[in-house]
Design a protein around this ligand. Structure first.
Ligand code: PCA
Length: 222
């Protein structure tokens, strides 16, 4: 008798626009994948506010509801030319500009008393390799910054580390502007939406398939 496969949920999050932008490429790309199925997995897209604290509340509610096996949070990194899987989340909020609720924490921990940092548990090197093989520019990043993206990434990894969600893997990927955003800033790099969406499909399938990351160069001198 055939045994019904257990539903396997994948949570992708994207951010609302911030800092005078009308759109955020992370949500524009993530929302295209809501309901997408790959093998036994179904992707669920969620919009996250660009607000310290509230962003984590939204993530926690979505994880409680969906009990995902894989969580990939996506954010905009205007000025970057590539998709950049982040290696490490750090326990600090240090906002250069106010968030969407005019909060501007400076040098406070995301979680008081918690570890200084957590590593992504996504296979970041394998993701970069698969993206490049598909013709998508990608590199490992060693800093997710100290704004709301790092805040969300840290909160995600802290939750996973506390074993509230045993076996869950998670991480964060920054993505460049869309062309219509970059058109406002001379020389700013961008990638088109269809390439970003395809790159997120590759990211999900690679993260589900690769349990032990590949060992190859991806470091930086500084
Ligand atoms: N990028 C910001 C916050 C929201 C987003 O998309 C960041 O990198 O922190």
């Amino acid at each position: 008798m055939a045994v019904a496969a257990k539903p396997l949920n994948v949570l992708l999050t994207g951010f609302e626009p911030f800092e005078q932008e009308a759109i955020n490429p992370s949500w524009e790309a993530v929302r295209m994948l809501d309901g997408w199925k790959t093998g036994p997995a179904t992707v669920h897209a969620r919009l996250v506010p660009c607000v310290f604290g509230d962003a984590l509340d939204t993530l926690n509610r979505a994880m409680d509801e969906l009990k995902p096996r894989l969580v990939v949070c996506i954010g905009q990194a205007g000025g970057r030319a590539e998709l950049t899987p982040e290696r490490v989340a750090i326990n600090i909020d240090d906002a250069r500009v106010p968030d969407n609720h005019h909060r501007q924490p400076i040098d406070v921990p995301v979680v008081p008393g918690a570890p200084a940092a957590y590593f992504s548990t996504l296979p970041i090197k394998a993701i970069v390799r698969e993206l490049r093989a598909a013709g998508v520019p990608a590199s490992v990043s060693n800093s997710a910054g100290t704004f709301v993206c790092n805040h969300l990434f840290y909160g995600l990894m802290h939750r996973i580390a506390l074993h509230a969600d045993a076996g869950v893997r998670g991480g964060f990927i920054h993505i460049p502007y869309l062309p219509e955003q970059a058109a406002r800033f001379a020389g700013a790099p961008s990638l088109p939406l269809d390439m970003l969406v395809n790159a997120l499909r590759i990211t999900v399938t690679t993260a589900l398939a690769v349990k032990h990351d590949v060992r190859e160069t991806g470091g930086q001198l500084h």
